[in-house]
Design a protein around this ligand. Sequence first.
Ligand SMILES: [Zn+2]
Length: 483
Amino acid sequence: MSEVKVKFETVIGLEVHTQLKTKSKIFCNSATEFGKEHNSQICPVCTGYPGVLPVLNKKVVEYAILTGLALNCEIAKYSKFDRKHYFYPDLPKNIQISQYDMPICRNGYLIINDKKIRINRIHMEEDAGKLVHAGSAGISGSSYSLVDYNRTGVPLLEIVSEPDISSPEEARVYVERLRNIVRYLDVCDGNLEEGSLRCDANVSVRPVGQEEYGTKVEIKNLNSFRALQRALEYEIERQIDEIEQGNRIIQETRLWKDDQGITISMRTKEESHDYRYFPEPDLVPLEIDADQVHRLREKLPELPEEKRLRYVEKLGLSDYDAGVIVDSIETAKFFDKTALVAKNPKAAANWLTGDIAAYLKENKKSLDETELTPESLAEMIDLIEKGTISNAIAKKVIITLLEKGGSAQKIVEEQGLSVISNESEISAIVKKVIAANPREVEKYKSGKKQVIGFFVGQVMKETRGKANPGVVNKLFQQELDKE
Ligand SMILES: [Zn+2]
């Protein structure tokens, strides 16, 4: 009897912490700038001295509502803050002020590749500080730890999805889209290296067709899109292996070890009752009226999805080009400015997703780090359309524009790159090429018309790509057919 292998499906839910770009912290006016000297941006409130009182930063509420609206959430008319109990050395109050049962946003969604990923909730909370391990001892590497409280009290939004994500790749795309949206909203810089966007993943597997979920495992320390995808791929395989060997999956928190490409057990997962949530007595509940929500809705910028549709429907871009452009806010801003001055926005899009994107990738640069401007790109496209330069020449001009900047017209003039369309000038070269290649002429005459390609190539070599190909072709045919 042959054994039938059980097929498994994956269930993933994500918790994404986005650090808000406010100037001051969530409950005090200490600054939030990244990379400052340790403990230089602290005060008695964020370091939890007895007797101090938190005051809610209204910008945080505004950013939370904007994010909720962009993610199609209901904005709660009434929400409150709660204390979540922890003991961590980097959390001096031993509590974190968060939102438990009445978060500010609920029931949203994000559509990725025609699939709706539901968002359960978005809540506001304060960040913890950071441990800095120092000294050196044995294999553990450090003999003592220091604490930097600069990050303590920095505002966070936790965006919690429903378990609607069904593959590691889909998880990565979801976080990429989320990052894009908070960057369009300008509420978070989305900088993964600086920890402005952090992600925890809950993942379980179950046999295809089974109703109830498998036991879920939480994975922490996912610091890049690549880490998120790799960790999930590893963890799914690990869980399936365990089940196939007849073992049970333990509900726990696991840590992703990027250098080893594995997850390791960190602790068994806490349940929410372990945190002893209770309402924060020092903050009044938050009431948000319809007017405020309405005003913020008016302030919403054009979001990636709306932009994409406009590019396709109004500007005639291909789905691919529109998608690539909106995926990066820098490219989208650049394209919007170019489209205002370029006669042919579609050509601008082709350059941005083609040669320019390839250059940026190869040189590990962003568009902002080059010398190219929307005006110079539009000018170059104009020169192509007028027939002043060929596409082949434009491929060289664009590199100069990216590296040195300036005007496309000037570069073409200074380097003598204009297309040669002058017939008598080209005709002289055509005659020279024919005279130098009698064997190819014979081939042409015996019916091998394709050698014309060879002749055109010779002229291009001679003129360094500047001869107008149409004119060259015409002249060759004239010359060869009359002989
Ligand atoms: Zn403070």
